[in-house]
Design a protein around this ligand. Sequence first.
Ligand SMILES: C[S@@+](CC[C@H](N)C(=O)[O-])C[C@H]1O[C@@H](n2cnc3c(N)ncnc32)[C@H](O)[C@@H]1O
Length: 210
Amino acid sequence: MIVRPKIEQYAAEHTSPPSPLLAEVAAATESATERPEMMVGALEGALLAMLVAMQRPRRILEIGTFTGYSALSMAEAMPAGCRIVTLEADAHHAALARRHFAASPYADRIELCEGPALDTLAGLTGPFDLMFFDADKRSYIRYLDAVLPLLSEHGVVAVDNALQFAITTNAEDAASIKAFNSHVAGRADLVQVLLTVRAGLTLIRRAPAR
Ligand SMILES: C[S@@+](CC[C@H](N)C(=O)[O-])C[C@H]1O[C@@H](n2cnc3c(N)ncnc32)[C@H](O)[C@@H]1O
């Protein structure tokens, strides 16, 4: 956590609670995986849902499905006709996510693509209105390069763990995140805001034409 635990707890207590579906996914993830803390959790999941409800995307792209918590958080808020494509490299995580999607009302609106994200991205066509990165940090700059051609005109890219360098013991991750943040800040064609939510969440969009 970036913010003080008491503040984090207060924020969680004053945020709409997860649905029974999300609570079940969280509980199943606790028992079936070694690192359940990889889920975005209730607060950030609620923020993603709020973004979806505000932006009303037609297509959402997620990199890093894990067991499906963040995808289902977004699915619960998506408008009729919206679809989610979510990418996951790990077979065990993909199997758990498929099970959670199948047990949800959104099974026919979420497509899980199993395999390394960069390989999958090469075969995707846009446009996507909302994108969420939550996978291997060392690939974030390459993910951004790969997805910008697929981003709709007013699309938004949300990038998780933007402040994780402050709390991680993984030096490679820390360096990758800082490099990504500097890269984005240095691009005149993009505008961004780095939110101090959980381990940091950066929202990126195209800079408006002057
Ligand atoms: C932090 S977890 C995602 C958590 C998820 N967004 C949630 O809130 O439940 C990161 C996931 O990215 C996956 N991942 C890591 N490297 C990947 C890659 N190169 N391509 C696709 N997925 C990858 C991991 O297997 C893991 O399931």
